[in-house]
Design a protein around this ligand. Sequence first.
Ligand code: FAD
Ligand code: ZN
Length: 478
Amino acid sequence: MTVDREAALKALAAAVGADQVLSSGDLSAWEQDWRRRWRGKALAVVRPGNTAEVAAVVRACAALDLSLVPQGGNTGLVGGGVPDDSGTQVLLTLQRMNRIRAVDAANLAITAEAGCVLQAVQQAATARGLMFPLSLAAEGSCTLGGNLATNAGGTQVLRYGNARALCLGLEVVTADGDVWDGLSGLRKDNTGYDLRDLFIGSEGTLGIITAATMVLVPQPAAITTAMAALNSVRDAVALLELARARLGAGLTGFEVMGRFALDLVAKHFPALPAPLPQAPWTVLLEQSDNEGQAQARHRFEALLGDALERGLIQDAVVAETLAQSQGLWHVRESIPLAQSQEGLNIKHDIALPVSAVADFVEQTNAALQAHLPGVRLVDFGHLGDGNLHYNVQAPPGDDAARFLAEQEHAVNRMVYDAVQRFGGSISAEHGVGQLKREEIVERKSAVALALMRRIKQALDPHNRLNPDRVLATQRGPV
Ligand code: FAD
Ligand code: ZN
């Protein structure tokens, strides 16, 4: 495709102002993904400051037949938010759209622009004595728009749901450059197809999210956090069942961490505390309650005592202070960074019925060890949701990049075949992007794929919004 670069830059400058169109210098912050796995080349990085400017950029791109890649915090892990290497795509970053528009305490809702960093949304809720319960390790840099575009999950889904469950309404710029104002704060609205749900999880391929109205919840009166050491993932599943029975809706977090995942944290962040002696598996549990602290703690300790007696856990530590609780979470949240410092690995972000997790892990670990002796498994994740980050690291001493290049295909096949056998999904959180675009063709039904293509065709007939992501389509009609 040939592009009149000068004409394009002029049209983009007319839409957002020349200062907000970057086309030279080091653009790697936008052109390269968080894992440094994909590096593209944008025609320009464009930084609109409001919804009207986003719409103007989309219309300018339509007039010039240019494609667009929306981007928020660029923390996505599947290569969905970086441009291809053609030098013809416009990278549209929402980062300047970072205003909290309103907090409606009576309606338990917050309306914020798409470029708001997740942590800023949480803080705006806290400032009003409320809580925005979406929480993930990238919250200091990922954005609300990116969270919605990927239907992000995180650490409190088992109680509060994922980004989709927390969304009441959206404002979206369509592929034609129109603005759909769907920012209702309504809990109930059955007036036809749910447009909001089409855009959530669409990874920038159906529309550009410019603002959202999200659910807030009352702040819990007491939060108790503990870590427990276990012998097996099977025991972790049994502990989850016991915790659910004892704590009911009070259980807000249940994270599991394999031994090697914590070894990597100890290796790369030696200053972090190691709260428990090393064990094959460690679980981080959290309870949030509206009772007082003393009652909540009593219930929590009774649960852990019972689990000890039943032999489900070998040891446990309960945080005494907020700082200790944050320390425990810090260990858990350092795993992604620690593994990225160790070098590239083969990532799997899978969902399984909780009842199938133990069989899956035991069988797949054994199959991988048989195929690749010495291979190391960075297993961790949101066991409460049946979601595992099941990552495969090269055996000690092997070159990580070569291992990825040579083994990714075979390892993916083994892992994803097992996921399918157990009735799971190959992406629980991170989405499809370019990483799993070919894989979903093999794993989803022909009917599902045909419906997805028809939705894309209907909402973006010229295939200008993040083409070739999610659905493999070179530029041109879908
Ligand atoms: P980006 O990376 O900028 O974009 C992601 C996708 O969304 C791209 O396809 C992009 O085109 C599209 N997009 C971005 N903004 C918009 C918009 N306004 N309108 C339309 N499309 C848009 N994810 C989880 O679900 N749970 C986790 O626990 C979790 N933990 C993580 C921990 C770390 C350390 C890291 C680096 C990532 C983690 N992620 C997790 C993945 C990632 O953070 C989330 O997917 C996050 O929601 C992406 O937000 P972002 O603003 O960085 O989006
Ligand atoms: Zn996760």
